[in-house]
Design a protein around this ligand. Sequence first.
Ligand code: C2E
Ligand code: MG
Ligand code: MG
Ligand code: MG
Length: 277
Amino acid sequence: QAKRLNRGRATLFTEDLSLAARDRIRLLTSLRSAFYAERLHLAFQPQVELETGRVVGAEALLRWTTKEGQVIPPERFIPLAEHSGLMIPIGEWVLRTACLQLKRLDDRKQSGFRMAVNVSQTQFREPDFISMLDRVLREYQVAPEQIELELTESIAIGHMESTAAKIAEIRRMGVSIALDDFGTGYSSLSVLKQLGIDRLKIDRAFVQEIGRPNDSGIADLVVALGRQLNLGTTAEGVETEEQRRCLMEHGCQDGQGYLFGRPLPSADFETWMADNG
Ligand code: C2E
Ligand code: MG
Ligand code: MG
Ligand code: MG
């Protein structure tokens, strides 16, 4: 009796799995054709100095709307692209498109303006990541100082030395490095020091606690840590004036979030820059 029940369960489980697997394959196939048909695009979200509101840069964010008009969130398709290796060509395309956007912005606005580009783990681990980066920057004549790569803490797991060495080489080129979603992963303080980065991005989960009864104070801690280690700090997901003021008073430099501007398609972002930049 028990055996039969178990077998029933096992069958059900396998069916569930294969259904999920089929779904993923279908989505991946669709993503691959969307990418090669140039149907992916980037949205740009401004980053501002908290104290003055001055625009210091923007983050490039990948967007996918299917032919049927369905918006697939990056959290859903990026892991798929990562596992299949498709994130490597997509990542290069993101960097190229971000560089093109930099060139399209008014020259006047470009001085000191930084474009932040997310880099996934498989992409960063690619042996020729650095030569690709160098090649693209030359091709578009973008100054390395105008590019900041956003990496997550997980990038260093099990590859501490090679990661630190790669980061050092990238920074020698003049490109800066930010640690994205900081506080959600599990880097120790010593890892943070060894990696030799330029900036911490405080995850929006901690920013959104500010002013709430359950505030864990992690945002403040990360700001203090950034100051202690001489790193730039950017708060993600700033939505309220109270959050902005609190972060600023604690010494956080920059912020990004709906309070300042939502991620916008290229043309809308250019208009936004003309009005606010
Ligand atoms: P992220 O790098 O931490 O990007 C910030 C996310 O927060 C974006 O979500 C952005 O739209 C959202 N956001 C910004 N301001 C606010 C706010 O005030 N409130 C709230 N609630 N959310 C806000 P998005 O665009 O859905 O991207 C999700 C994640 O996907 C990104 O998180 C990043 O990890 C990844 N991603 C996006 N584009 C790329 C890419 O080109 N390459 C790689 N490797 N990853 C990417
Ligand atoms: Mg990011
Ligand atoms: Mg982030
Ligand atoms: Mg985040």
